[in-house]
Design a protein around this ligand. Structure first.
Ligand code: GCO
Ligand code: MG
Length: 402
């Protein structure tokens, strides 16, 4: 089999997505997600202008060699643009493999290790009461694990809270909006939110929280310690992770489990975190981590150190990545949990898919390959819209991590 053509699709059914379609001489095609929130067109260009010409004529079954060719052959390694582009090709080739062998992707990754994939949903609200109402709605919808974020008294807006009641989507049209931040106010509030959540819903529900890279390691140690009585499933992205040693400080102070890695794009971003057992869950996902080929190795490495996966699954991860993640989650031994932020109806129509949700679990479906398609005619109706993630400033105006 030979790759005959590869083309990039950019569409905006409610938010932007970049999708790669790789075609072969046997009429089988594969899809890969190349979406990088707020920087979408750079990945489209990396693919179209630089690497797609290099894969035409190659055997799509050679996923390992093609991955090494794109990674080592670039000379300039790593980075979110490069790795998302490589991931799109890698995932499309695994999709082709599954279709050619007439078997779902999970069978190529070890077969089923479990029947369903535990997912967590996002509950949020402008204050504790409304966040808890949203938790109750999630329980009614079947969720067994819920991330809880609420507005912080004294701050006008913050990460994770839907502007108008309903769906939370962090990317916004126009230039980046600004949030205000105070670690002091945040640290005062969050333990009270989780005290109420446990008191209201009991021990049966998994509770998660995302700090979104805002604390220093010692502040995160304090938060983790104060959250211990409420038994969180995890505390996510407590501190920016460029300095991996920072996590030792957090670990030294708390038994609250830690997840990190949605912005990672290489195992080298997590190498020290994993081998020192400073984290419990790795969130680096298939699209931003370079594809299925390297993620399989990363998950195996993590398993040696009791680290499980907890793949990023926000709305900017397209249905193609969601499908790939669900096959992966189904197959590997050290799966932890999968994030689910449901897409808009338009997005689901542009990407018809086999995966499904029932009683707090997701299922990849049994179609060959990924089990997801792209309706190119419909996609063409939704033109790309420039959009950005917000930025964040401390109360005195200093720019800080969002
Ligand atoms: C999460 C994330 C997202 C990100 C978004 C950035 O845990 O789901 O933090 O909401 O902010 O995916 O592109
Ligand atoms: Mg996050």
């Amino acid at each position: 089999m030979k790759i005959t053509n590869a083309k990039v699709n950019v569409t905006c059914p409610g938010r932007n997505f970049v999708t790669l379609k790789v075609e072969t001489d046997e009429g089988i095609y594969g899809l890969g997600d190349a979406t990088l929130n707020g920087r979408e067109l750079s990945v489209a260009s990396y693919l179209q202008d630089h690497i797609l010409p290099c894969i035409i004529g190659r055997d799509p079954f050679q996923t390992e060699d093609i991955w090494q060719y794109l990674y080592r052959g670039a000379y300039w390694r790593r980075g979110p643009v490069t790795m998302s582009a490589i991931a799109a090709i890698d995932v499309a080739l695994w999709d082709i493999k599954g279709k050619a062998l007439n078997t779902p992707l999970y069978n190529l990754l070890g077969g089923k290790s479990r029947e369903g994939v535990l997912v967590y949903g996002h509950a949020n609200g402008k204050d504790t009461d409304s966040a808890l109402e949203d938790v109750a709605r999630h329980i009614d919808a079947g969720y067994k694990a819920v991330r809880v974020q609420s507005g912080i008294p004294g701050l006008a807006s913050t990460y994770g809270i839907a502007k108008n009641a309903g769906r939370y989507e962090p990317a916004e049209r126009g230039l980046p909006s600004e949030h205000a931040w105070s670690s002091e106010l945040y640290l005062r509030h969050v333990p009270t939110l989780f005290a109420r959540a446990r008191e209201t819903f009991g021990e049966g529900l998994h509770l998660l929280h995302d700090c979104h890279h805002r604390l220093t390691p010692i502040e995160a140690g304090r938060l983790g310690k104060e959250l211990e009585p409420f038994h969180l499933f995890w505390m996510e992205d407590p501190t920016p992770a460029e300095l991996q040693d920072g996590f030792k400080i957090i670990r030294d102070h708390t038994t609250t489990p830690i997840s990190v890695g949605e912005v990672f794009n290489s195992i080298w971003d997590a190498h020290d975190l994993i081998r020192n057992q400073w984290i419990d869950y790795l969130r680096m996902t298939i699209v931003h981590g370079g594809g299925i080929t390297p993620l399989r190795k990363a998950a195996d490495f993590a398993s040696l150190y009791h680290v499980r996966t907890g793949f990023h699954g926000a709305t900017d991860l397209s249905p193609v990545t969601m499908a790939a993640a669900l096959h992966f989650d189904t197959a590997i031994h050290n799966f932890g949990i999968q994030e689910l932020m449901p897409h808009t109806e338009e997005t689901d129509q542009v990407f018809p898919h086999q995966y499904s949700f029932k009683d707090g679990m997701m299922y990849p479906g049994d179609a060959p390959g990924l089990g997801v398609a792209l309706d190119e005619k419909l996609a063409a109706k939704f033109e790309y819209q420039r959009a950005y993630l917000p930025i964040n400033r401390k109360l005195d105006g200093t720019l800080t991590d969002w």
